[in-house]
Write a protein that binds this ligand. Structure first.
Ligand SMILES: Nc1nc2c(ncn2[C@@H]2O[C@H](COP(=O)(O)OP(=O)(O)OP(=O)(O)O)[C@@H](O)[C@H]2O)c(=O)[nH]1
Ligand SMILES: [Mg+2]
Length: 237
């Protein structure tokens, strides 16, 4: 059977990305560093949540951020202001981060600090509900945000990201009293495509749900720490 050329190229691209992603993960494992890939459609509240979580967890975990954005460094500046090291990754025309871009970001991060001194590495992906889910970057956990303003049908219409997610955060729940949407229906649709992920309602504005979200993070960090660490890798990421 002949496969169209564009399909073959697409599969090669994904296979090459997967290879690099596994290489990145080997480094994260050797550094005993939990890497989280934070994804959502534009404006669902990734940076706002990170501002709150970085500030809340700074005394507990050593953290850094790789900040993916197509053109600006606005989000990187917002997160630097919290006092955490941030490496901006400008993707240009690309609508997602890939594993090679994250590897490049890691090289820049290593000029500033020793990643083995970190507990958590956050990757804020480019705002897009489709493409980031197709490209692993070496993360241990995928966190997908879905704001209540997006409507309750999005998990069904854009299932890949929600199917892959380890945790789905229903964001901006402070706005629920003003919207014709039922949060239970959003959650039911998430469950329909992914029965096993954690689903947590949060608001970066009111702080609702943040304690539960941070509890989930602590569990993931503890689970990684419980795995015996890999032997140190030589060479750059
Ligand atoms: N009411 C309310 N607004 C929020 C909340 N979280 C974020 N916002 C607002 O939503 C808008 C987008 O938030 P960002 O944190 O920049 O969203 P983002 O997902 O990082 O956006 P991109 O990086 O551009 O994809 C901003 O105006 C925020 O103030 C929330 O919990 N409640
Ligand atoms: Mg952002």
């Amino acid at each position: 059977m002949h496969m169209p050329l564009e399909d073959t190229l697409g599969l090669n691209l994904l296979a090459a990305n997967q290879h690099q992603a596994e290489h990145n993960r080997d480094h994260f494992d050797a550094w005993n560093l939990l890497c989280l890939n934070v994804m959502s459609s534009p404006g669902a509240g990734k940076t706002s949540l990170l501002e709150r979580s970085l500030a809340a967890l700074a005394g507990e975990f050593a953290m850094a951020v790789l900040e993916g954005d197509m053109t600006t460094q606005l989000d990187a500046q917002r997160l630097e202001a919290v006092g955490v090291p941030v490496v901006p990754i400008t993707t240009g025309r690309a609508c997602h981060l890939d594993a090679a871009m994250v590897s490049g970001g890691l090289r820049l991060l290593r000029q500033r600090l020793d990643p083995a001194s970190l507990d958590l590495l956050w990757v804020e992906n480019v705002g897009n509900l489709v493409c980031p889910a197709e490209f692993e970057v070496g993360e241990h956990r995928k966190v997908a945000l879905l704001s209540v303003t997006e409507g309750d049908d999005k998990p069904l219409k854009y299932p890949v990201m929600f199917r892959e997610a380890d945790c789905v955060l229903i964001t901006k729940v402070d706005l629920l009293p003003h919207l014709p949407v039922e949060v239970e229906r959003i959650e039911a649709h998430v469950r329909q495509v992914n029965p096993h992920c954690a689903v947590i309602r949060v608001s970066a504005t009111s702080g609702e749900g943040l304690a539960t979200w941070h509890g989930w993070l602590r569990e993931q960090r503890a689970a990684l720490a419980a795995v015996p660490s890999a032997p140190p890798l030589v060479g750059v990421a």
